[in-house]
Design a protein around this ligand. Sequence first.
Ligand code: PLP
Length: 385
Amino acid sequence: MAYDRIYLSPPHMSGDEQQFISEAFRTNWIAPLGNNVDQFEKEISTYVDSDCSLALSSGTAAIHLALRLLNIERNDIVLCSALTFIASANPILYEGAIPVFIDSEPETWNMSPRALERAIEHYRRIGVLPKAVIVVNLYGQSADYNEILEICCRYGVPIIEDAAESLGSMYHGKKSGTFGKFGVFSFNGNKIITTSGGGMLVSDDHDLIEKGRFLSTQARDKALHYEHSQIGYNYRLSNVLAGIGRGQLLHIEERVRKRREIFKKYKHALGSIEGIAFMPEPEHSRSNRWLTAILLDPSVLSTTPIELIDGMENFNIEARPIWKPLHLQPIFKNNHYFPHEEEQSVSAHLFNTGLCLPSGSSLTPVDQDRIIAAIKDVLSKKILK
Ligand SMILES: *Cc1c(COP(=O)(O)O)cnc(C)c1O
């Protein structure tokens, strides 16, 4: 290959991680837990302004614990955004509960309040009120919590906010991850900051976070001899990895700024091409623009998202389709789905017409020019219909 590969969203180290890792080695707090874990929890709480945080081994573990802490049990109904990564919904299956998927709205690409209300009303009428709603903030864009909270409060259904992709984003001046009973962040390698692998559960409910701490360390009752009366997990974050997170978190605002600049440059370069549209950012919200997502209008452009992704691959550039909605996944083929309108499935349309462009904060202007040139080249081969 003539060019180095450009990845979708690779890890971006700042150089400040090493000092915290070294501290773990110097003090021999390699395990279990230690000062980096304690401080990382405090620093996340301070940054997002939540009362309590619990550092965990993954975002998936955080979602699972949130469900446990809300006492989700076998055959309970849990509503979940359809347009998301499978990790949002897998923990529902871990508990033997039943996921029901809610479509997106066009304005945010996130959970449609209209479909949510129809779903809750449907289950209320048949006497099985959903036990929780998992609301995803897709690609860094916040869902519309004014409407979603109003509906969920009215019916008394708690929200788990899957903010795995939206650390640093805002909605009406408040940080993403702080709108539900629980918020979940991921520090997987592709996220806006990383610990190589890790997650965080945040909440203002001190007692529930402490119970989560207990469950995440094998649910050991108070006794010297290892006494257990509940199912527990080995879900805590390593003190070495928490050190990486501390070094990363120092730079979160720069990372958000950089990803937003990358979005802006794509929009400037490609926004005037007829048939290309960008993921919207409603007023009163600030997306961290974790990934820049675009739509190709098939009535204008003859290039499909898959063709564009394949074409970019020939330039050694990684692009990806929009998440395949969960109600279309084989594993969930028997699960219920509530579309935005009876005849309009927004998430399926976004999946069929959209793709994500390389958006890592370490992307150089030269690399981004290369991506833009590649996109224009691929599109020009099959121009207008
Ligand atoms: C990455 C991601 C997760 C899972 O996080 P892990 O840390 O990889 O377990 C959950 N939900 C969404 C929307 C994600 O993008």
